[in-house]
Write a protein that binds this ligand. Structure first.
Ligand SMILES: CC(C)(COP(=O)(O)OP(=O)(O)OC[C@H]1O[C@@H](n2cnc3c(N)ncnc32)[C@H](O)[C@@H]1OP(=O)(O)O)[C@@H](O)C(=O)NCCC(=O)NCCS
Length: 169
């Protein structure tokens, strides 16, 4: 298994959308994407990479097949300190349970070190999302605290609770 992170292009949009399922929507995106909107999102990621600002997103490839998505956001302040860099990820359903997310987290942390971005990588995960909690634990992150989000809410309007896991870079 060779896991690589690479920038996403319009040619990847269909495979990216096909890799979304109910768990991706529940724990990460809040809704299914379509190809047109996904292409715009990838263009925004390309622009962010060019300007060096905002969210940087990458496809996760396993032996040349797109199998997931991972990003980092240096300027997210919801529950984080200024030097914390938030990570978010999803693995396509058919590729889950093989440790791919852990490898992708490892690779993106290497990118943060190489580019001297932030001092700590942060995973903010709802405690009920046991698969992602396991990714944080297996990636060597330390549980810090639970906190109510100041921007994400449940359908009934109450704030989402996140568990914060951090890794020194
Ligand atoms: C969280 C997620 C990225 C994990 O990716 P992954 O590459 O399957 O991660 P791992 O292989 O390390 O497995 C992590 C845990 O998932 C669970 N798991 C194992 N096989 C699985 C499968 N086939 N399907 C779903 N979950 C599985 C197990 O609890 C596993 O922990 P374990 O290794 O202690 O048994 C993936 O489940 C996903 O895309 N979920 C939806 C999006 C999401 O939750 N993103 C994170 C938001 S904070």
């Amino acid at each position: 298994m060779t896991i690589e992170l690479r920038p996403l292009t319009a040619a990847d949009a269909e495979a990216h959308c096909a890799g979304e399922d109910a768990l991706t929507v529940r724990w990460l995106t809040g809704g299914y994407g379509d190809v047109e909107g996904t292409i715009k999102f990838f263009e925004q990621l390309t622009q962010n990479a060019t300007t060096g600002t905002g969210k940087r997103g990458f496809g996760i490839w396993n032996s040349d097949r797109l199998c997931g998505y991972i990003d980092y956001t240096p300027d997210l302040d919801d529950g984080l300190d200024p030097e914390d860099v938030a990570l978010a990820y999803a693995v396509h359903p058919w590729a889950r349970g093989q440790g791919i997310a852990v490898q992708a987290v490892h690779l993106i942390c290497n990118t943060l070190r190489t580019t001297k971005t932030g001092t700590r990588a942060a995973i903010r995960v709802e405690p009920q999302n046991t698969a992602s909690v396991r990714v944080a634990q297996k990636s060597g992150f330390t549980y810090i605290r639970d906190f109510p989000s100041n921007r994400d809410t449940h359908p009934d309007g109450t704030p989402t609770t996140f568990s914060l896991y951090l890794l020194d870079l």
